[in-house]
Design a protein around this ligand. Structure first.
Ligand code: HEM
Length: 486
């Protein structure tokens, strides 16, 4: 009897191994798959060699001469899509509208796949629609938002003025300002400075822990039972709890009507009292708040940080921007409507968003049914990543893409051009719902800072422009001197 059981077991294991290394029919080309690891080892090796996972995958696609790359990380088949036509299809078509349902994503969403960013189907449709509508109702994307941005600009200028004799790291002030605006519309109040610092620290430590743990926890979730500390699982759980506590406390104060404001949380809590609104739960509200904080804060402040870094490194560009602002606006506080008059400044900010693409690998998406792309078959439920970064450097779209040239966005009549080839916020039904805040914030704060200060190197050291590319791109920590104009 025993030999029969042993033989069946061996056959079963053998069958599983064969299945795990066999690619589905017409699957996109890519490296060989090995049992348990898929091609993770090679992806890790390339990531070290080329500096980021995005660049590693881009290099692999070149080696296989393909615009649709098929890989397997651990047990998860993944397709990475390159080329403007392909990325437009993935952004726009319904078959690609899902989000993966993995352990890692549930961990990101405090345990359940809820909220907006990682939900799909009816839950996503209903809550994305509700969130966008009610954020607008409380002033998001309207004059009220611009007024808040201008208040933040003033606090940034005050902060710089009180610290002007010391070199300043722009990261902290910019991230705090974005976070304050997001929280104002979501929860009706500015966050106290010490609390804000704590929350920012938590979000940043959490995203670092996710990047580090991403490798093993994402590919082999069971590793959390064997190595809870080493895999980063315990740390992420603890940080999830701390963030959860902060949001829960604000929800509790809304329930007792302690916060005097018209905000998104109140709209959501009201909806919870309606009949037939079963998906409107406190847990869902908590995860939507987390989505807004995670998706909005570092992305927006990172663009501004790259803009400051670039003018710091390039005096000619800085002077050109200052001349345009000073000739057009004088001392007037900038508004988003001025963006059509400050053409060079706008072109510069677009070039920053191309050259330092903040989300170089957008998605992840999950295909909702079998779908063909470039004659390759992507089976239902496969995870798809969208290589936006490559499209922003595609030599068939951009002349000399590796050079920083704001003028590529200005046509011969002096108007902005080429924006249709830019995908910093994605396009289609899952496009970024925070783009209006991000664009206005970046423009108003950047113009306001340039109007008030000349930005110089601190201690004569020119900081590197080489970004750190993790889940999003960020500048290496640097300080600058902000010298008041006149
Ligand atoms: C420069 C700043 C920003 C950049 C570069 C950016 C980029 C993106 C991109 C590329 C996506 C689409 C992902 C996909 O197609 O799968 C996205 C989605 C999202 N963004 Fe942003 N974002 C920024 C700012 C913000 C802000 C300020 C908010 C705050 C409201 C926000 C909230 C979201 C949410 C909730 C989603 C998920 C949408 C969905 O899945 O339906 N983002 N963002």
């Amino acid at each position: 009897m025993l030999p029969i059981i042993a033989s069946v077991l061996v056959l079963l294991i053998f069958g599983c191994i064969i299945r795990s290394v066999t690619k589905p029919k017409k699957f996109p080309p890519g490296p060989k798959w090995y049992p348990i690891f898929g091609c993770s080892t090679l992806v890790q090796k390339y990531t070290k060699l080329y500096g980021s996972q995005w660049k590693a995958l881009s290099q692999m696609a070149k080696e296989y001469s393909t615009q649709v790359l098929g890989i397997k990380l651990g047990l998860e088949p993944i397709v990475v899509v390159f080329g403007e036509n392909n990325i437009r299809r993935v952004f726009m078509e319904r078959e690609f509208e899902g989000r993966p349902n993995s352990f890692f994503i549930r961990l990101r969403c405090l345990g359940k796949r809820m909220g907006i960013t990682f939900a799909d189907g009816e839950l996503w449709r209903e809550h994305r629609h509700f969130t966008v509508k009610h954020l607008k109702n409380v002033g998001f994307g309207k004059t009220a938002m611009e007024a808040e941005i201008k208040k933040e600009l003033q606090s940034i200028i005050n902060y710089i003025n009180t610290h002007k004799s010391k070199p300043i790291n722009p990261k902290t002030i910019l991230a705090m300002s974005v976070m304050n605006i997001l929280w104002k519309f979501t929860a009706g109040e500015r966050i106290q400075e010490d609390r804000l610092n704590f929350l920012l620290g938590l979000l940043s430590a959490r995203s670092k822990a996710f990047s580090m743990a991403g490798g093993c926890l994402n590919q082999w979730p069971w590793i959390r039972f064997l190595l809870p500390e080493l895999s980063g699982f315990t740390l992420i759980k603890q940080m999830n709890q701390q963030i959860s506590d902060i949001i829960e406390e604000t929800i509790a104060r809304h329930k007792t009507k302690t916060i005097n404001a018209d905000d998104f949380m109140y709209s959501f809590l009201e909806e919870m009292n309606e009949d037939n609104k079963k998906s409107f739960t406190e847990e869902q509200l908590k995860i939507i708040c987390l989505d807004i904080l995670i998706a909005g804060s570092q992305t927006t402040s990172n663009v501004l940080e790259f803009a400051i870094l670039t003018v710091l490194r390039n005096k000619v560009i800085q002077q050109k921007i200052y001349n345009e602002i000073s000739n057009t606006l004088g001392d007037d506080t900038p508004s988003w409507t001025d963006s059509s008059r400050l053409v060079y400044t706008m072109a510069f900010l677009l070039e920053v968003q191309r050259y330092f693409t903040i989300v170089p690998l957008a998605g992840p998406r999950r295909v909702l049914e079998d779908v063909y792309l470039d004659d390759y078959l992507i089976p239902k439920d496969t995870t798809v990543l969208i290589a936006v970064g490559d499209t922003h450097f595609d030599p068939s779209v951009w002349e000399e893409p590796k050079k920083f040239i704001p003028e590529r966005f200005i046509d011969e009549r002096g108007a902005i051009k080429n924006t249709e080839h830019m995908y910093p916020f994605g396009i289609g039904r899952r496009r970024c719902p925070g783009d209006s805040l991000a664009k206005s914030f970046i423009f108003i704060v950047f113009v306001g800072i340039m109007q008030a200060f000349r930005i110089e190197c601190s201690n004569g050291v020119l900081p590197s422009e080489e970004p750190i590319i993790g889940l999003i791109s960020s500048a290496r920590p640097f300080t600058a001197e902000f010298v008041p104009r006149q």
